[in-house]
Design a protein around this ligand. Structure first.
Ligand code: NI
Length: 262
């Protein structure tokens, strides 16, 4: 949205300052987030369709990254998210926490959500109940040591947990609604295309910050969708925006869609 307004202002200012160096317009007076307050003098010069497009509510979506953190890929992703003003959610593996505490602290400081992806990426569906509890708890302890208190929502590895074991989980659980299979494609362009072909407002997109191609894809997805009016929020924020109170032990594909566990 901000980009569109910048472009519009730049075009409008062009005739009066055609010979001068382009100057970035001062937009500080306007709230360009959410339902933008666009000055009437600009709206007045636009056709109806463009005007409605500019005033449209942002379309919210959550990017989620599993299997990190990984020093060489996650750091670059965080740089790209910061540049773009995009928030994301990271479901981290407990084993990956030692030596990557700085990345986790950075995630929290920069407004991202941190979640639990078990300690050693086990198949919870088949694991002994004691092991399920331990895999989740051990990661929680490591996360608390790294970033402080928090409610670390669980993404079960492979999205599998089962009815019995889900009763052992004391936080909401997050599945996904868009899965481009980035780990299999390992191709930036194909991952971008797969996400753009499927995404709808309110979706939770599954990616893995473990792969460099997925980081490249994520940044392009953000650029393309932001240009189309999308805003990137954490999973927690997506629930809040949609007015859904997430329940512990429940697996959500999106805030408005519970995934059945068998
Ligand atoms: Ni995973």
């Amino acid at each position: 949205m901000k980009k569109i307004i910048c472009m519009l202002l730049a075009v409008m200012l062009l005739p009066v300052s055609a010979c001068a160096q382009p100057v970035e317009p001062d937009l500080s007076a306007y709230d360009t987030s959410g339902k933008a307050e666009i000055p009437m003098e600009i709206l007045g010069g636009l056709d109806q369709a463009t005007r409605e497009d500019l005033l449209e509510e942002p379309k919210y979506v959550a990017l989620t990254f599993d299997d990190g953190p990984r020093a060489d890929t996650t750091g670059r992703l965080l740089d790209g998210l910061l540049e773009r003003g995009a928030a994301a959610t990271f479901f981290v593996i407990g084993e990956q926490v030692p030596c990557n505490e700085d990345l986790l602290r950075r995630m929290r400081a920069e407004g991202h959500q941190i979640g639990n992806h078990t300690y050693s990426h086990v198949r919870l569906l088949k694991a002994e109940k004691d092991m399920v509890v331990e895999e989740v708890h051990k990661t929680e302890v490591l996360l608390k040591e790294a970033v402080g208190e928090g409610d670390f929502w669980l993404r079960p590895p492979y999205g599998l947990i089962g009815c019995e074991r889900s009763k052992l989980i004391k936080t909401p659980m997050i599945y996904w609604s868009v899965d481009p299979q980035d780990w299999k494609l390992l191709d930036k362009g194909k991952v971008v295309d797969a996400v753009l072909a499927a995404v709808q407002p309110g979706d939770i997109i599954l990616l893995h910050d473990f792969y460099s191609t997925s980081v490249d894809a994520a940044l392009e997805i953000i650029d393309r969708l932001q240009a189309d009016g999308y805003a990137f929020v954490t999973v927690e924020e997506l629930f809040r925006i949609q007015g859904v109170e997430p329940q512990e032990g429940t697996l959500y594909a999106r805030p408005d869609r519970v995934r059945e566990v068998k």
